[in-house]
Ligand binder design. Structure first.
Ligand code: 8OZ
Length: 364
């Protein structure tokens, strides 16, 4: 065991963290009827509460915002009640937890949409990607372009969802601005060919992401608001011709909003960190509050980037799935368990709450 910044407390906006290790949001498709998170979900997150911060899985802000089967929502009373049990379980273990607010945009399927309608997008361009619906991986549906007068309603869905998240006991929220979903679809010109105030220039393409973030910050306080971005990730079939200019601008505006953190997926989500040239230091320098770094970090890279000042917190995703005691394993350089890929998405306790800790404390 060594002294390492990773294991030191940290103040994230209004939230006190016991260490600098963040559990990244992970989609697990185990919501119950009504897309309500259940007792198993409370147990799963409580098992992982030793992370300094737990970012709960991407959670849709409306029915239109859903893109995969059995992902949880935060727009009904029952969903709020379900999440309340989850946050209580994590808080009882001394953990801190924010909710990731999600609108999938074009990464959806007619079978999930209100009245079987088309998924919505900045432009009527179908993504080259699949979703999981009716227990199968299928191509996403052809989307329709949102009318400009529909956008205020989407901003308001995020605002209400943020309010609901606080009512459910979360310590804050993270806007999902990454991985090829709605807000990134607007930001990246591979998915956005609009000619109105939400398309074309860097400023116009950033507008919806910034309006949503501003609304959330106004609703719950900037010191409880963060955002996840993935400037060069091609996740869900998206492309951008000018990521440095686009994200330099976005981060300048996020700085002006005074939000607590930016959570940056460096490289291709879940893939190579060096997929495209990008100066993450430029984002770091433009943003005075917390920079959470993510993607492919291990103990060595995390320690190096913290000590070099490249990041304040490090988010780890997949290692948390098979290692509920991931923090303790990192601390003692213990070996990590491997994920069973067949139980990642959907199902019950198997591959969800049954991964053992390395050493079970007596009497637990
Ligand atoms: C994996 C499967 C489905 C969704 C993301 C919310 O990439 C997701 C996601 C990941 O941000």
């Amino acid at each position: 065991m060594t002294s390492n910044m990773l294991f030191e407390p940290y103040t994230l906006g209004a939230i006190q963290l016991s260490n600098r290790i963040v559990m990244a949001p992970l989609t697990r498709n185990r919501a119950g009827p009504g897309l309500v998170p259940g007792d198993l979900t409370a147990e799963y997150y409580a098992q992982r509460a030793s992370a300094g911060l737990v970012i709960a899985e991407a959670t849709q802000v409306s029915q239109q915002a859903q893109g995969y089967q059995d992902t949880p929502g935060i727009y009904t009373r029952d969903q709020i009640e379900g999440w309340r049990k989850v946050t209580a379980a994590v808080h009882a273990k001394g953990g801190r937890m924010v909710l990731q607010l999600w609108h999938v945009g074009r990464v959806s399927h007619v079978d999930l949409q209100p009245d079987g309608g088309q998924p919505v997008a900045p432009s009527a361009i179908r993504a080259d990607t699949k979703t999981f619906v009716n227990n199968a991986f299928v191509d996403v549906s052809q989307p329709r372009a949102l009318e400009i007068d529909e956008l205020a309603g989407i901003v308001d869905d995020f605002r209400q969802a943020a309010s609901n998240a606080i009512a459910a006991g979360f310590d804050g929220v993270e806007v999902h601005g990454a991985n090829g979903y709605l807000l990134e679809q607007f930001a990246k010109d591979g998915a956005n060919i609009r000619t109105d105030a939400y398309g074309g220039s860097v400023e116009n393409r950033a507008r919806l992401m910034l309006e949503v973030t501003a609304a959330v910050a106004q609703e719950i306080g900037p010191d409880r608001t963060g955002i996840r971005i993935s400037p060069v990730s091609p996740a869900n079939g998206i492309a951008c011709s000018d990521p440095q200019a686009q994200y330099d601008y976005i981060v300048d505006q996020l700085e002006a909003l005074g939000i607590a953190y930016i959570h940056v997926v460096e490289g291709a989500t879940g893939g190579p960190r060096d997929i495209a040239p990008f100066d993450y230091g430029s984002l770091r320098r433009r943003f005075s509050k917390t920079y959470i770094a993510n993607n492919g970090y291990d103990l060595g890279l995390a320690t190096a980037h913290l000590s070099e000042g490249k990041a304040d917190l490090i988010a780890f995703g997949r290692p948390f799935i098979a290692n509920p005691d991931f923090v303790e394993r990192l601390r003692s350089s213990a070996p990590l368990a491997e994920i069973d890929p067949t139980t990642l998405y959907g199902g019950g306790a198997a591959g969800y709450t049954d991964y053992p800790r390395l050493t079970q404390a007596p009497g637990t």
